[in-house]
Design a protein around this ligand. Structure first.
Ligand code: HEC
Ligand code: HEC
Ligand code: HEC
Length: 221
């Protein structure tokens, strides 16, 4: 794989992206514990994933940030918490403000604990890249050095290409799991049904419980 045109292209992108990475907080790069989420801004460079055209020789289109920011609802997931309907829901549940409620943020943002947020990380980015691809602190260096996908995964990139892992990731928010759930009270407060026609998830498999339990903030990437 090394030495192919694609790899050379990636190496070129790596040098440019690497410059962006160097501008990143030292904390996020060096002493940071693994699995720190560096923030969407650390992926969105013009030669990384915010490219208007496929970077020369790149294995991926490079426009993932543009697609996410313009046409992916995950980008809006935090913003909807600021809407009056969310405030009404949060009020009915006695949660205070929706955009500060762990219960809502857990699915509507990349809600990792504060000590796992890099300096460019913003909760207001909603469901950002690392909510699905995993906190980048452990793998960004390998990733921008022209590594293969397998090497990236070995360094901690979430394996979204594996069907089971992907389903588990999507369903954690779209169906619910031990730390993310929508229960009768939340539906009663007006939350829309989780399984929509665009997410192929059987309604019967939704997690239903009868009371709200404390949310864990330590969601894995
Ligand atoms: C288990 C994860 C989960 C939790 C917890 C959760 N949501 Fe959601 N929420 C979703 C998903 C997934 C959707 C999108 C449903 C769909 O369209 O398939 C959604 C949709 C919404 C929408 C509609 C958005 C739109 O584009 O129309 C609002 C508003 C909303 N949620 C507010 C809240 C508020 C307020 C809370 C906290 C009280 C909350 N949610 C808690 C997962 C969750
Ligand atoms: C809601 C989850 C989710 C979010 C958010 C998300 N991705 Fe992805 N991404 C995926 C999945 C699933 C795939 C498909 C994996 C595969 O087929 O190998 C993917 C694929 C990719 C690929 C490979 C594309 C290709 O054509 O081979 C890149 C690069 C990527 N994502 C970057 C990003 C970046 C950058 C962001 C943020 C701006 C982002 N993703 C946000 C889930 C997500
Ligand atoms: C961290 C939680 C989270 C994860 C992980 C996640 N989603 Fe979402 N997703 C949401 C929320 C919240 C919304 C609603 C955003 C809004 O409407 O503003 C949403 C919206 C969507 C929508 C739009 C639904 C509509 O009604 O238009 C689709 C499709 C979707 N997600 C698919 C996926 C897939 C596929 C994956 C896995 C690759 C995934 N999601 C992973 C939280 C998540």
């Amino acid at each position: 794989m090394f030495g192919t045109v694609a790899t050379r292209g990636l190496r070129f992108a790596a040098i440019v992206c690497g410059a962006a990475a160097l501008a990143m907080p030292a904390r996020a790069q060096s002493q940071a514990p693994p699995n720190v989420h560096l923030g969407v801004a650390s992926c969105s460079g013009g030669n990384c994933h915010g490219a208007m055209e496929r970077p020369k020789g790149s294995a991926v289109p490079g426009n993932e940030y543009i697609i996410w920011s313009k046409s992916d609802k995950h980008r809006q997931a935090y913003a909807v918490l600021l809407e009056p309907r969310s405030e009404r829901m949060a009020q009915a549940l006695g949660l205070g403000r929706a955009e500060r409620a762990p219960l809502c943020l857990n699915c509507h943002a990349d809600y990792v604990a504060p000590d796992r947020r890099g300096n460019l990380f913003q909760l207001s980015d909603g469901v950002g890249c690392e909510a699905c691809h995993g906190g980048a602190s452990g793998w960004l260096g390998v990733h921008i050095s022209g590594a293969t996908h397998q090497q990236n995964i070995a360094a901690g990139l979430y394996p979204t290409d594996r069907p089971l892992a992907r389903a588990e990731k999507c369903m954690s928010c779209h169906v619910g799991d031990a730390t993310h759930y929508v229960d009768h009270r939340i539906y009663g407060a007006g939350h829309p049904p989780l399984a929509s026609s665009s997410t192929p998830i059987p309604r019967t498999s939704r997690r239903i419980s009868s009371s709200i339990r404390p949310m864990s903030r330590a969601r894995g990437g």
